[in-house]
Each structure stands twice: as C-alpha cells, then as structure tokens.
Design a protein around this ligand. Structure first.
Ligand SMILES: *Cc1c(COP(=O)(O)O)cnc(C)c1O
Length: 373
C-alpha cells in the first residue's frame, strides 16, 4: 500500500506500510516487559540526502536492514550522529514528546560538528510524527511503573561508498522506534560509578558536545574498566588535567548539597548538553534550590562526601530520566551516597515532576510538550 501525505514540513513523506504488521497480542507481549532497545516497531522513516539534490525521498517504510556498500564512509570514518527521545501516551490516548525542538536544535549542532547536512527542525519533527502515526499502537500505556514509553532514535550517517577522507556527498537520515521500560534493569536502583583515570571520553576541540556514535565508542573502554571494578558506569574527567568532572558515557551528573545547592558541570565544549540536564536546572530553581553550573573538581565530590555536606548525587538523561548514584569508586578508595527510603530525595522529587509532565499527569507549565499523534 502506498499513499502520499502532505505535511507542514518542506518534505512530502511517502508511506509504505508493511503488509504483515505485528498483531495486537504480539505488541502487548512486548509492552509487558519492553526492556530497552531490544524490539523495534513495524516501520522506520528514511530520508536520503545528496550534495547535489539535498533532502529527498522522505518515506515511511517497513523496519528492516539497510543496503550498505562495504565502502560506506560511516563504517570507516564514523561520520554519524543521533538523538534520543521518547513518545509518551497520555490517559486520553494521545501521544506526546518532550521538548523536541531542543533535540532538533542539538541534532543540527551535531550535524555541523560532524560535517553532515542539517535537517530543518520542521522536517525533524515531521519525521517523528510520521513514524508515530503509523506505529501508534506501539506506544505503550505508562503501566504500573508509570514510565513505559516508545523510545525514538533519529540518526544520520555517511552512506556514500568512498574511502577518501572528506565529508560524504551521500547521507542517510532515519528514525527507528523501540518500546522502553526502565533503562537500567532493576528499576530505580542506584548506579555505582568508577572514576576513569586511564581514559577520557572527549577532549577540548573534539566532538564531546555533539551526540555522535564516536563518543560512545570512545567511552566503552572506560566503562569496561569500571565494570572490572564492580561498577555500572564510568565518570569521565576533563582530558587535559583529569581534575574536573565532566559526565558519564551517556548521562549528565548533578551533585546535591545539604545547604540546598544543586551543582552540575558547566558546558565546556566537551560535555553533551542534555535536555534533561537543562530541564532539571529549571525545575530545581522552582523548587527553591540554588542551581550552579560551574567546573566541579573531582576532589570536591570526594571531600563533600567525606564531610557529609553532600546529600545526593544523580545522573540524568532521556533514557533513564534520573538515576541516583550509589557508590563512587576509584583506585584505592570509594565513597557512598546510598540513601535509605528514597522517597524524600531531591532526585525522586525532580524525577516525579519530570515524569508527571511527560505523561500529562501534571500541568505542562513550561510548554515543554508537543503532540505527535
Ligand atoms: C544523550 C546524552 C546525554 C543526555 O542527554 P538528554 O538530552 O538528557 O537525553 C548526556 N550525555 C551524553 C554523552 C549523551 O550522549
């Protein structure tokens, strides 16, 4: 079946539905225990770009493998970027997403840094609407946990078959979607972090502020090092002095002090500007906390934990929302931030506020929500 829909964006999407979409029972089974990034919906969006013709062939098509030449530039030089967002089902059945303009703007910044073409905000948003319109049944009800969603993964890569080193003249943009439960198995369990001294995730002038696959590739050895020390994730420090906290491989960090300060590393150019991070800074101020964005020495963290001035540490990002940090470990030492009875923590309070807004359980006083379907 093929039909063409006109859109608000400059692009016109052709819709090619798969003849054998998943049955309601199959989807219900996935929704029971979605995990994270394991099962994908029936369709995906694909848009082609060429240096000569710009964006073209916008389409929704059955989810399935790409045909890619072995010489495709992305496989050799990692010219690739992505985004991570969620579609939330509200009680009346409508489907919404959170601050998508911020993701579109970041995707455009990432594209510029990786010498990829910019996809206009309206086209980016339309690509999400198109996919969710066709795969709406895949957006779960929030469920008992109150936080099931459909994870949306827009991405763009150099598909030109050419081994010379220059920005690709053929690029592919796509969006895939996957039902999501809690990101870390075991729910709101605190994560233990390892201070990586051997590895950095990004350096000055590098791609740390861009959401690109290369940053994740370079964070994996640090994460492995952490896992070898019994931790879930690594904390990366600034690459030149190994003195200041930057972030985790895929999440930003916040320290909460007993005196009501909430501190996160300032954006130095090697830290990813999280949408969750920015939203937490706004919500924290409304909660009467003093929000600080500045350089945070790792020694400050250790000292404040030892003195008792530090009350909480948490990590944040779209996938896991807010996750409390349990232990911080390093070569020859550790400190613990575990709190019994999580209910009254700042992390839980902010987390609930965010989730209630996202699922339409609280009024969207910031105009953060956009309806997709
Ligand atoms: C995506 C990402 C985050 C979190 O960003 P959100 O917009 O809050 O999801 C943090 N750090 C890195 C390295 C990331 O890639």
């Amino acid at each position: 079946m093929t039909d063409t829909t006109s859109t608000r964006s400059a692009l016109s999407f052709e819709v090619n539905r798969r003849p054998d979409p998943a049955q309601a029972e199959t989807i219900a089974k996935v929704h029971e225990n979605p995990g994270f990034g394991k099962t994908f919906t029936d369709h995906m969006v694909v848009i082609d770009w060429t240096a000569d013709g710009g964006w073209a062939n916008a389409r929704v098509q059955p989810y399935g493998p790409f045909q890619l030449q072995p010489a495709a530039a992305v496989l050799h030089y990692a010219q690739e970027i992505f985004e991570g967002m969620k579609a939330y089902r509200h009680a009346d059945g409508s489907v919404w997403t959170f601050r998508p303009e911020a993701n579109a703007a970041r995707f455009a910044r990432s594209a510029k840094r990786l010498a990829l073409p910019v996809l206009e905000t309206e086209d980016f948003l339309e690509s999400l609407r198109q996919l969710v319109a066709v795969d709406k049944e895949w957006v779960p009800d929030p469920g008992e946990s109150g936080e099931k969603s459909l994870y949306l993964r827009p991405f763009m890569f150099a598909s030109e078959a050419f081994l010379g080193v220059r920005p690709a003249k053929e690029v592919t943009y796509a969006v895939i979607a996957s039902p999501a439960g809690a990101y870390f198995s075991g729910g709101l369990k605190p994560v233990n972090l390892w201070i990586s001294t051997q590895y950095a995730r990004a350096g000055a002038g590098g791609t740390g502020a861009a959401k690109c696959g290369g940053n994740y590739a370079s964070s994996l050895a640090g994460q492995l090092e952490g896992m070898e020390h019994g931790c879930d994730q690594a904390v990366f420090l600034d690459s030149s002095t190994h003195t200041y906290i930057e972030e985790l491989g895929g999440m930003n960090l916040f320290l909460v002090y007993k005196d009501g300060r909430i501190v996160t590393p300032e954006l130095t150019g090697s830290i990813l500007e999280g949408v969750t991070r920015g939203s937490i800074l706004e919500l924290a101020k409304e909660e009467g906390l003093t929000a600080e964005e500045r350089r945070v020495p790792i020694q400050e963290w250790k000292d404040a934990a030892a003195s008792g001035d530090l009350s909480e540490v948490f990590a944040c990002g779209t996938a896991a929302v807010i996750t409390p940090v349990g232990e911080l470990r390093w070569e020859g030492g550790s400190c613990d931030h575990r709190r019994d009875g999580h209910e009254d923590t700042i992390a839980t309070k902010l987390r609930t506020k965010l989730l209630d807004t996202q699922y339409g359980r609280a009024e969207d006083t910031h105009g953060w929500m956009t309806r997709l379907a």
